[in-house]
Design a protein around this ligand. Sequence first.
Ligand code: ADP
Ligand code: MG
Length: 392
Amino acid sequence: MSAAVKQFRARYGVEPTIRIEAPGRVNLIGEHIDYLDGWVMPAAIEPRITLLAAHDPSACGIEVWSAERGGMVHQLSTSEFKVRSNPEEAWLNYLVGVLAVYGDRGIRVPVCRVGIFSTLPSGAGLSSSAALETAMALLVEALIGKQTSARERALLCQKAEHDWVGVPCGIMDQFAVGMGAEDYLLKIDCRDLKVEPTPLPRAVSLVIADSGVKHALGDGEYRKRRDDCEAALAVLEASSFRDVSLELVNQFRSELGDRLFRRVRHVVTEMRRAGDFANALKAGQLDDLGRLMRAGHDSLKNDFEVSCAELDFLVDAGYAFGPDRGQLGSRMTGGGFGGSTVHLVREEVAPAFLKHLKAEYRRAFDVDLNCFVTRAAGAAKCELILSAPSTR
Ligand code: ADP
Ligand code: MG
C-alpha cells in the first residue's frame, strides 16, 4: 500500500476509493506565446500531484487536506463558492474554482473526503497549479460518473484559474497536464488548439533544475507582459501575432518605442523558433535544438525580461558542460521571474550533468539545487481503487 493511502486512512479513518495522478509539465520552447496564438512544445513530466478521495456521506461538505500544506482539513461547500482571501488558504481557490466552473454547467458534486499529495515543486514553473486543477476536475467527473474530453476539461481548468485565482494563463499548462504522452512532446497550436504529439528520442533525457527562487505570476509582472503585448498589437494594427512578421515589427520600431519593440521581437522570433524546433526534432537534427534553446533563453532574458540571475546562471552552466559531452540544450522554462530551467542531455551523461549543475550552483549561491532527471510522461488519469478482499 502506498504511503499516501496510509496517510489518507490515518487522516480520515476511511479507505480512499478514487486515485488521480496529474503530472507537472515542462515547456521546451515557445515561452510566453501560448496566450498570443503561438506554438508551444511542452511535455508532461513524472513528478506529479496524487489526489485520493472517498465518497463518504458522513463528510462535512467536501473535506480537503493537502499533505504539503500542514495537517488542517478544510471544508468546501458543494454549492456555494467563495474566493478565499486568507493567504494560508489561497491554494483552495484552485479547487473552489474548478467546483464553480463545473457548477456553472449544472454539475453538483456529492460530499467527499480528499487528500492531496505531491512530488511536484510548487511555484517552480512546472505547473503544479494546472496539475491541481486537473486532478480536481477529474475528481468531479469521477464522482458524478460522467467524463468530458481532455480538451474541454483543460479549458474548464483554465477558466477556473482565470476567474478564481486571477492568473490570466494561456492554455499550455492544462493541455500538457491533460494530454501528455509518454516519450512525446506536444506541439500545441494555441490559435486553433490543435495538438500534435512529436516523439522525443529515448536517448534524450530531460533535466530540470528548480532554482528555488519563487515567482509570483499573480503578482503583476505576468499581467504587465500581457498588457504590453496587447498595446503593441494595437500599434501594429494587427489582430494576432501570427499575422505579424519581423519586417513589420522593424518598420514600427519608433512607434512601438524600445520596451514594446523588444516585447514584440521576443514574441515573433519565439514563434519562429518553436516551429524550427519542432521541425528539427522531427528530422532528428538534435544539434539544432541547443542553438534554438539558447536563442530562446536570450530573448526571454533581454527582450521579454522575465529571467533572473539564478536562471541565467543555470543556463550558462548547462552550456558550459558542453555539447561535446552530451548537453543538447538549456533554457529557462515557464513564466520566469525564478522557477526552473530545462536541459536536454544525452541519457548516458544525465547523472554527470546533474552533478555538474549542483556543484556549480552551490559554488555560486551556496544552496542545494533541486535538480532531477525525468522523461516525458503520460496524461493525468483517474482510477477507482478496488477494496482489498477480506482475509477472514
Ligand atoms: P506553478 O504552477 O508553476 O507551480 P503557480 O504559482 O501557478 O506555480 O501555482 C502554485 C500554487 O498552486 C501554490 O501556491 C498553491 O496555491 C497551489 N499548489 C500547488 N501544489 C499544491 C499542493 N500540493 N497542495 C496545495 N496547493 C498546491
Ligand atoms: Mg501555474
